[in-house]
Design a protein around this ligand. Sequence first.
Ligand SMILES: CC(=O)N[C@H]1[C@H]([C@H](O)[C@H](O)CO)O[C@](OP(=O)(O)OC[C@H]2O[C@@H](n3ccc(N)nc3=O)[C@H](O)[C@@H]2O)(C(=O)O)C[C@@H]1O
Ligand SMILES: CC(=O)N[C@@H]1[C@@H](O[C@@H]2O[C@H](CO)[C@H](O)[C@H](O)[C@H]2O)[C@H](O)[C@@H](CO)O[C@H]1O
Length: 329
Amino acid sequence: MTSKSHWKLLALALVLVVVMVWYSISREDSFYFPVSEKKEPCFQGEAERQASKIFGNHSREQPIFLQLKDYFWVKTPSAYELPFGTKGSEDLLLRVLAITSYSIPESIQSLECRRCVVVGNGHRLKNSSLGGVINKYDVVIRLNNAPVAGYEGDVGSKTTIRLFYPESAHFDPKIENNPDTLLVLVAFKAMDFHWIETILSDKKRVRKGFWKQPPLIWDVNPKQIRILNPFFMEIAADKLLSLPIQQPRKIKQKPTTGLLAITLALHLCDLVHIAGFGYPDAYNKKQTIHYYEQITLKSMAGSGHNVSQEAVAIKRMLEMGAVKNLTYF
Ligand SMILES: CC(=O)N[C@H]1[C@H]([C@H](O)[C@H](O)CO)O[C@](OP(=O)(O)OC[C@H]2O[C@@H](n3ccc(N)nc3=O)[C@H](O)[C@@H]2O)(C(=O)O)C[C@@H]1O
Ligand SMILES: CC(=O)N[C@@H]1[C@@H](O[C@@H]2O[C@H](CO)[C@H](O)[C@H](O)[C@H]2O)[C@H](O)[C@@H](CO)O[C@H]1O
C-alpha cells in the first residue's frame, strides 16, 4: 500500500470515530439504561428516600388521592386554587368525592416492593420493542389518551393508572385501558370537577368552559375514578421547575402531565423507571412528538409548558438515580 492511500484510510477511520462519538453524545446515551430480561432489584423505601431529597420530608404525609373525609368532616383549607390546590372549588369537589373513591387498590397495597414505570407519550417509544418489558412492572402509569391498541409491541398493554383531564380523556376508555385501570383525574379548573360529576351522575352536560370538547358520554365505572391530590402539581411546579404558584396570567405555567406522573410515582412506588420522555430540540420543527400521531412541537405553543426546563429537571432526577430511563434522553 502506498503511503498516500495509507493516510487516506487513516483519515477515513478518524472521520468514522468522530461520527460515532458525535452520535452517541447527541443521543446522550449516558442516560440510556440498558434493558435486561431480569427484574431490577427493588429496595423498599428507595424512591421515598430520593423523593425526600427533591421534595422535602413531609410530602409523603399527603394522600395520593383526595378523600371525602378531608372535605366533609374536616374542612381542609387549601392555600391555592386549581391546579395547585382546591381553594374555591370545595363544594363541587365534595359532590365528586361523594360518588368516587380514594383507596389505593389491594393489588398495589399488598406489594412488598412497588416497581413502577411511567410511560410518556414521546416518539422515542416507536419501534422500541419495549412492550414486554413495560408489562412486567407492577404498576404501569400512562398519560392522557395515549393508545395501547395496535402499539402493544412498543408500549405494552398493561395500564394500572392513567392520568387524564377532560380534554385529554379518550372517548372510549374501555379500548385503551384494562377493566381495573385507575382513571385519575388531574383537575386544572373547577369545570373539570363539574364535568366528572355530570358524567358519573348523568346530570345535564355543560359544553362551554373547555379548550377542547371532552366526551359527553363516558363509559366508566365510578369505582375506577380517583381525584389526584393537587399537592403533587404544586410540588412538581415548585420543586422541579421553580415556577411561581400564584400566577396572574390566563395561561398558567404548569408542569406537563408526564412530569406530574413522575412526581406521583416517586411518592407511590419504591422503584421508578420512565420511558418515552423527551422532546425534540426547538429548531427541529418537523419532528413528530408522539409515538401514535403526527404532530409537532408547534401544537404545544400555547400550553404553558417549558419543555427545556422539564428536560433539565428530568436529567437531574436521572443523574441522582431517583429514576431510571428505558429509552434514551
Ligand atoms: C395540543 C396539546 O394540548 N398538547 C398537550 C397534550 C394533550 O392535551 C393531550 O395529549 C391530549 O390530547 O397533553 C400534554 O402531553 P402529551 O399528552 O402530549 O404527553 C404526555 C406526557 O409525555 C411526555 N412527553 C410527551 C411527548 C414527548 N415527545 N416527550 C415527552 O416527554 C410529557 O411529559 C407529557 O406530559 C400533557 O398533558 O402534558 C401536553 C401537551 O401540550
Ligand atoms: C393546546 C393548548 O395549548 N391548550 C391550552 C391549554 O393547555 C393544556 O392544558 C391542559 C389542562 O387542561 C394540560 O395542562 C395540557 O398539558 C396543556 O397543553 C391551556 O391550559 C388552556 C388555558 O385556557 O388554553 C388552551 O389553549
